[in-house]
Design a protein around this ligand. Structure first.
Ligand SMILES: [Zn+2]
Length: 116
């Protein structure tokens, strides 16, 4: 039997989804006005662009994590939570505590990341 408490884990994951949803909604850059192209050398436009790029990166990271957290919830429903999706090894408790949405053990995670 997995050592994780499914009820607590679900609550934790659901609160993460809620929090990420909120950050995505707050941080998503306003759609830019198609008529407002700014002019080269306009310092304000440049600043705005950098700002947008930064929040876009944050939103993308949040959306990426949201995807992982939702996938973890789906695994919880299927009774597969807490196991590596690649090799089936039970994930160590401390890894799940640090990263409740973790889908892979350390070595499969490293392989998945280097394969990208
Ligand atoms: Zn693995």
């Amino acid at each position: 039997m997995p050592t994780v408490d499914a009820h607590d884990t679900r609550q934790l994951l659901e609160s993460m989804v809620a929090e990420l949803d909120r950050s995505v909604a707050t941080l998503r850059p306003e759609p830019s006005d198609p008529d407002d192209h700014g002019t080269p050398g306009d310092a304000d436009a440049g600043l705005e662009l950098a700002d947008n790029a930064r929040s876009t990166a944050v939103v993308e990271a949040a959306e990426e994590q949201l995807k992982h957290v939702r996938a973890a919830l789906a695994r919880l429903d299927e009774g597969k939570y807490g196991r590596c999706v690649d090799c089936g090894t039970e994930l160590p408790q401390d890894r799940l505590e640090a990263k409740p949405e973790a889908a892979r053990c350390m070595s499969c995670q490293a392989k998945a990341e280097s394969a990208r």
